[in-house]
Design a protein around this ligand. Structure first.
Ligand SMILES: [Zn+2]
Length: 436
């Protein structure tokens, strides 16, 4: 009897272990544990994990609990620490009122003294993972989004979804402080902007070769078991989830349609190192394709995010293509600064005006429903795959430019505005001193 029981247990354990250990397909995940070091990416082999199908419903009754802030305040000032924490909580409330989250998103926040007051900080997805889209193309998805999709199988999750790292040396303005001064940075707006990048408002496209645009090449980044002498097989250029909806004008072609052409370059070929890859790419016909794309990315009004949920032209968002030369992290991964800076779509421009609170900008943008998370930004988040709430009424023509009168005159001149703004760069935010 005892022996029989043991056999049964053994059989049960065998199947139990088998069930949890298959399938063991490995996916190439990309971890970015250091938000202020944009080049410090790690290639991680992720096991594919199966999970039971759940009904799509929030796991926690109160939606505001669906965004958890884990806060490490590394300075000796309890008052400031409390303000930083409550600002993140407020940003969490704004996000959880705009999105219906089905699985909790965990944000690791560090607030610390950095090397220079010129660095503001950053937030970004901790882990990005490849998923095959419905158009058959594999793209990198941020973990916070993959969690909401409730897939029956997915690459394994890291314990954290978004990492945020901000600098205590910066002159920050917190909600409830005395009136903001012209040198202060509105912290709530800064955090909301960065958390949007963490949720997936970010493109893979950059100028990784001279005057040419391609998605970031991940094959040569530091790997868990890297062997520097080994040849690296190039797996192909890979877009991010955001890039699925990018359309180049006037050609009216998707950026994704260029991927097939670019990947004719040595797809599956081995290279000694990145330098070897770099030299051979520049000598290839595909480099000319990348140069053509680059030219679109430095021409105003050439790149549009066309939301999946609307065919209306007024629902398109023009992305930042006015910078020439291209500025990696600022170009493409933001909305057009000139078009949207004083509209309800201000949040994702690559510059934040100093001396303005989030509420100031919402007012200047026209006080439309939805506040900081505009109608068009919600369309983008919904296209990515989030379930989005649309407050009512939500005028579809809300992005009409505001009149000159509604802009404070001190901020209406171009030079002054540029000298008193910060530039967001995905991965790191710097104070800009009259760079343009
Ligand atoms: Zn940004």
């Amino acid at each position: 009897m005892k022996k029989f029981s043991l056999t049964l247990i053994t059989i049960y354990l065998f199947f139990a272990i088998t069930l949890v250990s298959i399938p063991s397909i490995l996916a190439q995940c990309i971890d970015q544990p250091f938000p202020t070091q944009p080049n410090k990416n790690l290639a991680v082999k992720c096991l594919t994990v199966k999970q039971p199908i759940k009904k799509l419903k929030s796991q926690v009754s109160n939606n505001t609990d669906m965004l958890e802030i884990r806060f490490d305040c590394a300075i000796n000032d309890e008052t400031i620490c409390a303000k930083v924490k409550s600002t993140f909580e407020e940003a969490g409330r704004i996000i959880t009122s705009a999105l219906t989250l089905y699985t909790q998103i965990i944000v690791n926040v560090t607030f610390r003294e950095m090397m220079s007051p010129a660095i503001l900080g950053s937030a970004r997805p901790f882990r990005s993972m490849p998923l095959k889209d419905d158009d058959g193309i594999e793209r990198l998805y941020p973990q916070s989004l993959v969690k909401q999709l409730q897939l029956t199988s997915h690459p394994e999750f890291a314990p954290v979804d978004i990492v945020a790292d901000f600098n205590s040396l910066v002159a920050l303005w917190f909600e409830g402080d005395p009136p903001i001064t012209s040198k202060q940075v509105g912290f709530l707006e800064l955090i909301l902007h960065e958390l949007m990048h963490g949720l997936g408002f970010v493109s893979a496209w950059g100028d990784y070769f001279p005057k040419a645009a391609t998605p970031e090449v991940n094959d040569f980044i530091e790997s868990e078991n890297s062997n520097s002498k080994a040849m690296t097989v190039f797996g192909g250029f890979q877009e991010k989830a955001f890039d699925k909806y990018l359309v180049i004008f006037p050609d009216n072609v998707t950026t994704s349609s260029y991927i097939k052409e670019l990947n004719k370059f040595a797809d599956g070929s081995a290279f000694k190192n990145f330098d070897d890859f770099y030299v051979k790419f520049i000598a290839s016909p595909q480099y000319l394709v990348a140069k053509e794309i680059y030219n679109h990315f430095v021409t105003p009004k050439s790149l549009v995010f066309k939301p999946s949920v609307s065919d209306k032209e007024e629902d398109w968002t023009y992305l930042e293509t006015t910078l020439n030369p291209f500025e990696r992290g600022s170009s493409v991964s933001h909305v057009d600064n000139m078009m949207y800076t004083n509209t309800s779509d201000f949040l994702m421009t690559y510059r934040q005006e100093l001396g303005r609170t989030l509420n100031d900008n919402i007012g200047i943008g026209g006080n439309y429903a939805g506040g900081a998370i505009s109608y068009k930004l919600r369309l983008i988040l919904e296209s990515l795959g989030y379930t989005v709430n649309y407050p009512s009424p939500f005028p579809s023509n809300e992005t009409d430019p505001v009149t000159e009168n509604s802009i404070p005159t001190s901020l209406s001149t171009r030079n002054f505005a540029y000298q008193s703004s910060i530039a967001y760069i995905v991965g790191i935010v710097m104070i800009i001193n009259a760079l343009l």
